[in-house]
Ligand binder design. Structure first.
Ligand SMILES: [Zn+2]
Length: 631
C-alpha cells in the first residue's frame, strides 16, 4: 500500500503505475522459472546427448524452444543474473552490480550473500531505464514480475531477487546460509529441499498455486564449484533434476494446469575450471596502495576492492575531493596517490599483475576503457530512441577483447551500433556480449570504478575447482529451454537473460513501456538496425558543429530532422521531469512530512544517481538542439 501511495503522490497522473500495483487482470496462465544455478552449457549438452535427461529432452528439445546462444549478464554472478529475469534490466541499469557493492555515501559494503545484505538486495533495486523514460522519470519504477502480479500467489524459492513476491522461502536467511545449516555435506540435498517445497506449493488448491515462481536450484552450482564445471557430479545433479521434472509435470497434469503452464529451465551463469588463487588485495597492499582494511577503524584508504571468491571483482576509488563519487574520467587513475604520497598509474599497476587478464575502467557514465596488458580499447554507449547505441574502437595495440568473428569485426568501425546488433554479432565471441555488458555496467554509478577479470585459471579469495563471474564464454553461455502453450517448437540462436522479462510480460498480458527495460522478445527475429536512427546516433556521437552534422546527414536531412525533433522533445520533457523528481527527493530529505518518494535509507543514493542523470540529460538535450538546428 505504501508503494501505491508513494507512486501516486509522485506521479500524480501516472495511472498505469497505480493499476500495475493493484491486482490487475491477467491471462489464465502459470509461469515457473527453474534455474539450474551455475550449469555450464556444454555439460548440460553432454548430459542430454548421453541420454541422461529424457524428460528435459522430451519437454523442451522435442516439445519446446531451445536457445543455442543464450547469454548471461556481466558480471556472471547469481545476484546480477537473477535480477535480470524479473526486471529485464542489465546489471548496470538495475543497481545490482555484483555479489557486493560499496555504498559510496556511507562508505560501507552491502554484501548480498550476508544475513544483513540478503534482504537489502530488493531495496537496492533501481530502474535506470525508467528514470530516463520521459513519461516515468522515477528510479523506483522497478515493475518486477512479482510486483506486477501483486494480489496473486507468487513464489520466490531460494532466490535473493524477490522484490514483491507474495511468498518467499527462506524468509530471512540467505540461501547460502542453508549450507551452513549442514546441507553442504551432500550437494544433492539442497535441490531436494527445493523440490519438496515445490510439490507442496503446487499440490495445493488451485487458487493458491503460484502464478509465477522463480526457483534457484543450487546442486549443479555446488557440484561444479567443488568438482569442476564438467564433472560427473554436475551431471548427477542434472539427472536428479530430470527425475523431479517428470514427477512435477505429472503433478501439473493432475492439477489440470499442465497446458496453461510455461516452464523456463535455464542457468543464471555458466562456470569454468579454475584452481589458482589470485591474491588481489594482498598484491595491491604490497605495492603500497592504500587498500581499505577489514578493520573498520582504519579510515585512511583510497581503494576499496570488493571481496568475494569468484573470477571477477570490482574496485571503488577515492576522488581527489575526498569522496567516493563515481570516476569521471579513466585518466584520473593514471596519477593515483599511494600510501607514501608518491603516485602511480593504478590501471597499469593492476593490468600488470601476473594473473590479471582484463581491466575494465569507468570513463564517465557512458564510456568504458578496456585494458589487456598493453592493448587498450574504448566502448562508448549513448541512449537514443530508448535504446543503447555502442561504438567500439581499439586505441592501442591489438583488440583487448580479441574479437575474431566477421560479424563482430565489421561493427568495429567506430560507429555506434544498437545493443541488439552487438548482441547478435558477439554472442559467440570468447568475451561474450562484451560491448553492451561492459559498455553499460557503469551507467548507474553503483558498480565500482573498475572491474578485474583474471586469466581463466585464477579465482579470487578462495580456491575452487571451478568458478564464474568473468566474461568468458564458459561463464556467459547458458542453457535456456522454454516450453508452454504456443511456444514455438524449434531451435533459436541468440538471447540474453533480460529477454525473458518481455516474454513473461506477454504471457501474462502486462503492458509495460518498452523503454523501461533492456530485453526484447527472444522469439522475434532481429531484422538489423534502423539505418536512419543509426545515422542519428553516429551524428550525435561524432558531431559538435553544423558542418559535421550536415556532412553526415547527406541527402536524408529532412527525415533525420523529423526523428531528431522527436528525440529532442523527449529529452526536454525528461529534463523537466527530472527536475521535479529531484525536487521531490530534496523535499523528502529536508522535511519530515514531505511525501516519501524513496525509501528513507535511499534518499541520498537516489539523489546522487538522479543528479548524475540530470546532468547527463542536459548534455544530451543540448547536443540534440545543435543537431536539430543544423538539419
Ligand atoms: Zn549462480
Amino acid at each position: 500500500m505504501l508503494r501505491i501511495l508513494r507512486t501516486f503522490l509522485l506521479l500524480g497522473i501516472a495511472l498505469t503505475a497505480v493499476t500495475a500495483q493493484a491486482k490487475t487482470k491477467i491471462n489464465d496462465v502459470y509461469v515457473i522459472h527453474l534455474i539450474l544455478d551455475g550449469t555450464n552449457y556444454n555439460t548440460m549438452q553432454r548430459a542430454i546427448r548421453m541420454g541422461k535427461l529424457p524428460t528435459v529432452k522430451a519437454t523442451f528439445i522435442d516439445g519446446g524452444a531451445v536457445f543455442t546462444n543464450a547469454i548471461s549478464t556481466f558480471p556472471s554472478t547469481s545476484t546480477s543474473a537473477y535480477q535480470s529475469f524479473i526486471t529485464g534490466l542489465l546489471p548496470g541499469h538495475s543497481g545490482i552490480p555484483h555479489l557486493q557493492r560499496f555504498d559510496r555515501q556511507n562508505e560501507e559494503f552491502i554484501d548480498y550473500l550476508s544475513v544483513k545484505g540478503y534482504l537489502k538486495l530488493n531495496d537496492d533495486f533501481i530502474n535506470l531505464n525508467a528514470v530516463q523514460n520521459p513519461n516515468v522519470a522515477n528510479l523506483d519504477a522497478t515493475d518486477t514480475i512479482f510486483e506486477l502480479l501483486n494480489g496473486y500467489p507468487t513464489l520466490a524459492l531460494y532466490t535473493t531477487a524477490r522484490r514483491g513476491a507474495a511468498e518467499s522461502v527462506p524468509k530471512r536467511i540467505p540461501v547460502r546460509g542453508l549450507w551452513a545449516a549442514g546441507v553442504s555435506k551432500d550437494f544433492l540435498r539442497i535441490d531436494q529441499l527445493a523440490y519438496d517445497k515445490l510439490f507442496k506449493k503446487y499440490g495445493r488448491k488451485l487458487e493458491d498455486i503460484p502464478r509465477y515462481s522463480l526457483v534457484g536450484l543450487y546442486s549443479s552450482d555446488d557440484a561444479g564449484h567443488h568438482n569442476g564445471a564438467h564433472s560427473d557430479a554436475v551431471i548427477t545433479a542434472l539427472q536428479q533434476f530430470d527425475y523431479f521434472l517428470k514427477d512435477f509435470l505429472e503433478l501439473l497434469e493432475k492439477q489440470g494446469i499442465r497446458d496453461k503452464t510455461y516452464i523456463i529451465v535455464s542457468a543464471d551463469h555458466g562456470m569454468h575450471d579454475t584452481g589458482k588463487l589470485f591474491r588481489f588485495r594482498e598484491a595491491l597492499i604490497e605495492k603500497n596502495v592504500a587498500v581499505k582494511s577489514r578493520d573498520p577503524r582504519w579510515k585512511d584508504y583510497n581503494v576499496v576492492p570488493a571481496d568475494r571468491g569468484i573470477s571477477s571483482t570490482h574496485v571503488y576509488t577515492r576522488r581527489p575531493d575526498g569522496t567516493f563519487a563515481p570516476l569521471p574520467r579513466a585518466y584520473e587513475l593514471t596519477r593515483f596517490p599511494l600510501k607514501d604520497s608518491t603516485s602511480v598509474n593504478l590501471t597499469n599497476l593492476i593490468a600488470n599483475l601476473g594473473p590479471t587478464e582484463l581491466v575494465i575502467v569507468r570513463d564517465g557514465d557512458d564510456a568504458t576503457m578496456v585494458y589487456n596488458h598493453d592493448n587498450t580499447s574504448r566502448i562508448e554507449c549513448i541512449l537514443l530512441n530508448a535504446e543503447q547505441w555502442c561504438s567500439y574502437e581499439v586505441l592501442s595495440g591489438n583488440d583487448p577483447l580479441k574479437f575474431t568473428g566477421k560479424k563482430a569485426r565489421r561493427l568495429m568501425d567506430g560507429k555506434p551500433h544498437s545493443s541488439q546488433q552487438w548482441k547478435h554479432a558477439t554472442a559467440e565471441e570468447h568475451y561474450t556480449d562484451a560491448i553492451v555488458q561492459l559498455g553499460t555496467i557503469f551507467q548507474d554509478g553503483r558498480a565500482g570504478d573498475l572491474f578485474i577479470v583474471p586469466q581463466d585459471a585464477w579465482g579470487l579469495r578462495v580456491i575452487k575447482a571451478a568458478t564464474h563471474g568473468s566474461l568468458i564464454r564458459d561463464d556467459m553461455h547458458i542453457p535456456m529451454l522454454i516450453a508452454g502453450p504456443g511456444v514455438p517448437r524449434k531451435s533459436f540462436d541468440v538471447m540474453r537473460t533480460v529477454d525473458i522479462y518481455p516474454l513473461v510480460l506477454e504471457w501474462f498480458g502486462f503492458d509495460i513501456p518498452v523503454a523501461n527495460y533492456d530485453g526484447v522478445n527472444p522469439f522475434e527475429k532481429f531484422k538489423g538496425d534502423n539505418k536512419l536512427w543509426q545515422k542519428l546516433a553516429t551524428i550525435e556521437q561524432k558531431c559538435s558543429d553544423k558542418r559535421c552534422v550536415r556532412r553526415h546527414a547527406g541527402y536524408r536531412r529532412s527525415e533525420l530532422r523529423k526523428i531528431a525533433t522527436m528525440e529532442l522533445r523527449d529529452r526536454r520533457l525528461l529534463s523537466a521531469k527530472l527536475r521535479e523528481y529531484i525536487a521531490g527527493l530534496e523535499a523528502q530529505k529536508a522535511y519530515k512530512h514531505a511525501p516519501q518518494i524513496a525509501l528513507p535509507d535511499y534518499v541520498d543514493d537516489h539523489l546522487a544517481i538522479a543528479r548524475m542523470i540530470e546532468n547527463k540529460t542536459d548534455v544530451r538535450r543540448e547536443k540534440m538542439e545543435v543537431i536539430v538546428d543544423s538539419l
